[in-house]
Write a protein that binds this ligand. Structure first.
Ligand code: FES
Length: 162
């Protein structure tokens, strides 16, 4: 996982100012903030709104509309589970309920130990072999709860962790 900077208002303002002149600057700014800080910090929302002459609600709406943006930094590991149709047809819903229950988190939630954030994703291009998932940058096909457990355990084993 990437190392992120701690939130710094001056740095955030520099990022916003550096991209505010672009055509359609909202998404590039939000991506740049998330790349720097691991999320789009709440304190950055008024900066973006002021720079782009938008309301704070509009900026917030943009952050919540796009599933890739986060208001809080993700955990050390991010597990993305595909919720699109082909994976649903392959039993993804039941698998997701089991995985979320076992980890004790809702969608977008982070486990109590801060180790794993679970995010929904809508197609990973592995539709023919669902249910599909992505653990950090590693795609997984024909996912089972047992397979996921093993992959998550392996990630915490320093001998095999990336
Ligand atoms: S529908 Fe899940 S990978 Fe395409």
């Amino acid at each position: 996982m990437a190392d992120y900077e701690d939130w710094d208002a001056a740095r955030g303002q520099d990022i916003v100012n550096g991209l505010a002149g672009l055509e359609g600057a909202t998404l590039p700014i939000l991506h740049a903030l998330q790349a720097a800080f691991g999320c789009v910090p709440r304190d950055a929302v008024p900066m973006v709104a002021d720079a782009l002459n938008m309301s704070r609600a509009e900026v917030h709406g943009c952050i919540t509309f796009y599933h890739d943006f986060r208001a809080e930094p993700a955990a050390r590991h991010v597990l993305k589970l595909c919720r699109a149709e082909a994976c649903q047809a392959a039993g993804a819903d039941a698998l997701h309920r089991q995985v979320l229950d076992e980890l004790g988190v809702p969608w977008h939630g982070t486990t109590a130990d801060g180790g794993i954030t679970v995010e929904p994703v809508f197609c990973l291009g592995l539709c023919a072999c669902g249910p599909s998932a992505m653990l950090d940058e590693a795609p997984m096909a024909r996912v089972t709860a047992a397979g996921l457990r093993a992959a998550l355990r392996a990630r915490d084993d320093p001998r095999v962790a990336a």
